[in-house]
Every structure is written in C-alpha cells, then in structure tokens.
Write a protein that binds this ligand. Sequence first.
Ligand SMILES: C[S@@+](CC[C@H](N)C(=O)[O-])C[C@H]1O[C@@H](n2cnc3c(N)ncnc32)[C@H](O)[C@@H]1O
Length: 219
Amino acid sequence: MAHPDPEAFIRTHTALERPALVPELALWLAAEYLPIWQATEDWLEKNNVDPPYWAFCWPGGQAVARYLLDNPAAVAGKTVIDFAAGGGVATLAAMKAGARQGVGNDIDPMALAAIRLNAEANDVTVTTDGSDWLAGPAASPEAGIVIAGDVCYEREMTARAMTWLRGHAAAGRLVLLGDPGRNYFKAERLEEVARYQIPTSLQLENRGLRETTVWRVLA
Ligand SMILES: C[S@@+](CC[C@H](N)C(=O)[O-])C[C@H]1O[C@@H](n2cnc3c(N)ncnc32)[C@H](O)[C@@H]1O
C-alpha cells in the first residue's frame, strides 16, 4: 500500500543528496536511518508495509550505477530493466549512460513514487513497473539488459531472483547484479566485471566502507 500522498511524504522526510559513488545523480535520500523509520512507524505498522528501502541508496545499486556510467556501451540504445530498483539509482544511471528506455521495478509503491521523483530531479525519463516480475521471464518487459542491485538479503527472495536472473541470461541477455556480500549471496555461475569500495552509513551497514562487486550472471 502506498502512503496517501507519497510524493509529499518523500519530500518531507528525505533530502536531495548525491550518493558517494555516483555523484552525477541527485536522489531523495534519508540522511539518517532512525528518523524516517520513526516517522513512518505508526503508519507502517497499521498498514503492514515494507520499511522504506527506497530512501537509501544501497551499495549494490550504486555499484551497478557506477559501472553503467563508466561503461555506457553496455546500455547505449538498449532497454534496461532494473529489478527491485528501490529509489532507482541504477535505472537513472542507465538513462544517463544512453539507454533507450529504463524500466524501474519494485513491489513497493513508495519506491515507484521515489523513482519518479528521482527521475524528475535528474531530468531523465524512466518507466516504473510495480508488477511481479518473478512470476517468470515472460512476466517482465522486453529487455536488452537486465540489472539488479542488493537483492540477496532474504533467503526466499534471493532464490527466486537468482532463478529469474539466470532465465534472462539463458535467453542471451546481459544480466548484471551488484552485491556487497549479503547473507544469501553465493558466488556461483557469476563472472566479476567490476569491484568498488563504497562509503556507507554506519547505522545501516555497521561499517564505513563496503566492498561491492558487479557480477555478470551466467545461465
Ligand atoms: C535493499 S533494496 C535495493 C534497492 C536498489 N536496487 C538499490 O540498490 O538501491 C531492495 C528492494 O527490493 C524490493 N523488493 C523486494 N522484493 C521484491 C520483489 N519480489 N519484486 C520487486 N522488488 C522487490 C524492495 O521493495 C526494495 O526496494
């Protein structure tokens, strides 16, 4: 369920900031972890909605974004679909790098509102899609490239997402996954394409830097 006025909520509880690894982009981000959680707590509890993942720029998404900005040939003229896009950092980077179309997907309607606000702040056009892409490879839009950042933090989601990503790889698409070594990540049938040290919030990650890898997912 979305907040009754997602855009007003986002503008009130976040500020436009530039992620450490991707200063080319300005995103609506929560500077501190606690205030936004507290601000939303009552409403979240009452409506049983997810925590505001969209208010943070996770290392996995930042790494994919950095890679695309530095390697525009990977996306130039192509349709890029971003699974579990959160605030859409990698979708936006794909557009800045010259993609023909960027589609940001998330099951949280607040994330879709954040992606739209972030696109506006960076003067790019993106498409948002709240449907369940994990229903199968045919459930997602046509794509030239498939990207995902930081999706290996829950057991079931990781298993389903990896199966879905490998389905796209089997169909011959370039599939990129950014991951900082989350709990359920396994470095199997993957090829490293880039590695970054990403400054992170101590409150969120319990450390000041996260080494994060962009992997090419193999079938
Ligand atoms: C840790 S955040 C990563 C967001 C973004 N990729 C980044 O790196 O900043 C994970 C996101 O996955 C979304 N999510 C969880 N399960 C999903 C699903 N089955 N389909 C689409 N999005 C999902 C959450 O709503 C959340 O926005």
